[in-house]
Structure formats: structure tokens, C-alpha cells
Design a protein around this ligand. Structure first.
Ligand SMILES: Cc1ncc(C[n+]2csc(CCOP(=O)(O)OP(=O)(O)O)c2C)c(N)n1
Ligand SMILES: [Mg+2]
Length: 358
């Protein structure tokens, strides 16, 4: 099987198709746009909150909304999501409350609300979630259930052993799993062409006997179609690797300064580095799907939603510092016990609810 390298699927790119070229109607397209705006507003407010010491760090996803929201809208209700630290737009579009995501960044290990979206905790160690997702897919087979796993990761994660082990297992055991790679061009300061000599990320699927596809990751219609097809194929026992071509517009995290390692004018095509929300909005306006009133209403609702989420998060107590030591290993190690007593001694003189981050 030949994975495409310089080809990728797009609906709105290449001079622009029309909505009727896609599989989706006006309402579905407007919903995609709405979730992209909700996610962007979340991202902007989260960065601002971090800057005032509300949380210790935050990884912005601006620029990747089309990829993430497109993928979220392709998932069936019972499909399992395995996100990373950067997949917050995907979680928001899936229905995870914004306040839960904010509280995770304030140290909560578990979801605060009792939402029923089947989503695993976001992975911070790169690629560790990939074998988990393949294993979950195998579980769906054992249980004879119809759902698939969708696992998110970046271009950099494909250089980790866990990526290769996970994809290999899924291929061998026909695990219903979609490997969703957001190729945003960078792994912190390392550009994709220093990450791999492969002609594409999608090409790596070949080695494991599964299908690999490339899609315009800044076109939510194209991503939604591609991921919907990939999930359908996965549910039939054929896992798929999807490479969504996108770009991280901001810093890697709030602790990073990208001007130290990349130019403002990167060597990537315009469609990839431009704002996907502006691009999709222009498309929908030209299709008569959006006008000023609709845009204003959607933005207003997004502002209200994030404001309410921040209030909910501020009303919640901070986690017990002792939680830090739970679930790290099957049982506590000597080093952990030492760290726990050092923390206890520190907290005798400090109230954790009063501590400021940053
Ligand atoms: C196992 C592991 N090694 C190193 C790190 C440090 N680290 C955090 S993000 C990152 C780069 C990941 O790049 P990519 O997979 O492209 O995802 P992106 O951040 O671009 O979304 C690295 C090396 C980590 N979190 N986990
Ligand atoms: Mg990356």
C-alpha cells in the first residue's frame, strides 16, 4: 500500500471547494465553526489566567482548532478518546466541561464534574497513551463491542518506541483504533524534518500494514470526513493512521519562547500557518452560512461559557497536595515516602489553598 506523501485531502483548500462538495450540511458546518470559536476563546483565556499565576503552566493549541474539532465531530458517542496536553479543543468539542480542563491544570487528577464523555486522562509523557489506546481497541474486540479508540499525539511522538509498539499491536490484533497525529511542524524546538527522514508521518503506517492518510488539518470539513472514514474502517478491524497537517501558532507552552528557534515566516504553505478559524469563517461567509449577526452571537456565547467555567473552577477547592503521590506506582517507593514527609513538613508552615503558582 502506498501512503501518499505530497498529497492530502482538502475541501476548502486549493482555491476553495463548496460545502456541497463535502458530506455535511449547513447546520453541521456551523456547529464545527461554533466549537472552533469556543475552543479558541478557552485557549485565549487560559493563557491569560496562567499569566496571572492562576495555574503553573499551559500548552496553547491555537492554530490546531480545525484538526481537533473536525476529529471530535467525527467520533460516535461511545468512541474512546485518548487526549494529550494539547488536545483540549478536542475535549471541549466532545463535551468535556471547560471547568474540568481548567481544574486539571490546577492540579486535579480526576475530572471535577460527572460528565459522561468517554475520555481518558490527558497524557503528558509523550506517546505513552498510544499503546493504551491500542489496548482499549483490543478490549472492544474481546468484549464484542462496537466502539473505536481515537488517540491524539504530535509529530514528535512518532519518534517514540510507544508509537511503534502501539501501532504494531493494533495492526496485528485488528484493534479498532484511529491514530490521530496532529503534525504541527514542531516538537518544542525541533522541526518535523529533524524528527524523521520518512517522507510523511502517514507513510509510517506502511511498516505496520495499516492504512495511512494525510489531510489538510486546517480544514475542519476535510478532517471530519477523513476521521469519520478512519473510525468506520477501524470498527471493521482496520486501524488507520491519520496525519493532519497543521501548525502551532503560539508557544509550545507558556514556559516557551518560540522566537528563539523559529521564524515568524516559516517555510510552510500559507494555508497551513494561517488562522484556521479565519479561513473557515471566510469560507462559510462566502457560502452564505454565516453573517455578522451569527458570528457575533457565537462569539458572545463562547465568552459567556468560558466566564462561567472560570467561576466554577474558582469555586472548587484546590486538590490535596498529598494526591501527588497517588497512582504513580503500584505502591509507594522509598523516594516517594521521603518526598511525602518533606512536603508535609513544608505544609505545616504554608496553607496550600493560599499558595500562588507561577
Ligand atoms: C517521554 C517524554 N519525553 C520528553 C518529554 C518532553 N516533551 C514535552 S512536549 C515534547 C514535544 C512533543 O512534540 P509533539 O509530539 O510534536 O507534540 P506537540 O507538543 O507539538 O503537540 C517533549 C519532547 C515528555 N513530555 N515526555
Ligand atoms: Mg508537534
Amino acid at each position: 500500500m502506498d501512503a501518499p506523501t505530497d498529497e492530502f485531502y482538502t475541501v476548502i483548500g486549493d482555491g476553495g471547494g463548496s460545502l456541497s462538495d463535502s458530506r455535511y450540511d449547513t447546520a453541521a458546518a456551523r456547529d464545527l465553526y461554533r466549537d472552533m470559536v469556543r475552543a479558541r476563546r478557552f485557549d485565549e483565556r487560559a493563557v491569560a489566567l496562567q499569566r496571572r499565576g492562576w495555574m503553573s503552566g499551559y500548552p496553547p493549541f491555537a492554530g490546531q482548532e480545525a484538526a481537533q474539532v473536525g476529529a471530535a465531530h467525527a467520533m460516535a458517542e461511545e468512541d474512546r478518546l485518548f487526549p494529550t496536553y494539547r488536545s483540549n479543543a478536542l475535549q471541549i468539542a466532545r463535551g468535556v466541561p471547560m471547568s474540568d480542563i481548567l481544574l486539571f491544570r490546577r492540579g486535579r487528577a480526576e475530572f471535577h464534574s460527572d460528565h459522561d464523555v468517554p475520555v481518558f486522562p490527558q497524557a503528558i509523557p509523550i506517546a505513552s497513551q498510544i499503546p493504551h489506546a491500542a489496548g482499549a481497541g483490543m478490549a472492544a474486540n474481546y468484549l464484542d463491542e462496537e466502539w473505536a479508540s481515537l488517540v491524539c499525539f504530535g509529530d514528535g511522538a512518532t519518534s517514540e518506541g510507544d508509537f511503534h509498539e502501539g501501532v504494531n499491536f493494533a495492526g496485528v490484533f485488528d484493534a479498532p483504533t484511529v491514530f490521530f497525529c496532529e503534525n504541527n511542524g514542531w516538537a518544542i524546538s525541533l522541526p518535523s524534518d529533524r524528527q524523521t527522514k520518512s517522507a510523511s508521518i502517514a507513510a509510517k503506517a506502511d511498516a505496520y500494514g495499516i492504512e495511512g492518510v494525510r489531510v489538510d488539518g486546517n480544514d475542519p470539513l476535510a478532517v471530519r470526513e477523513t476521521v469519520a472514514d478512519a473510525l468506520a474502517s477501524a470498527r471493521e478491524g482496520n486501524p488507520v493512521l491519520v496525519e493532519a497537517l497543521t501548525y502551532r501558532r503560539g508557544a509550545h507552552t507558556t514556559a516557551d519562547d518560540p522566537s528563539r528557534y523559529r521564524d515568524d515566516d516559516p517555510d510552510l504553505p500559507d494555508w497551513r500557518i494561517k488562522d484556521p478559524i479565519e479561513r473557515f469563517e471566510a469560507f462559510l461567509r462566502s457560502e452564505g452560512v454565516l453573517d455578522d449577526d451569527a458570528v457575533e452571537r457565537i462569539r458572545g456565547e463562547a465568552n459567556d461559557e468560558i466566564a462561567a467555567a472560570i467561576e466554577t473552577a474558582e469555586d472548587a477547592s484546590l486538590p490535596d497536595p498529598d494526591d501527588l503521590f497517588d497512582h504513580v506506582y503500584a505502591g509507594p517507593t522509598g523516594t516517594q515516602e521521603k518526598q511525602r514527609s518533606e512536603l508535609e513538613a513544608f505544609l505545616e508552615n504554608h496553607d496550600p489553598q493560599e499558595l500562588e503558582f507561577g
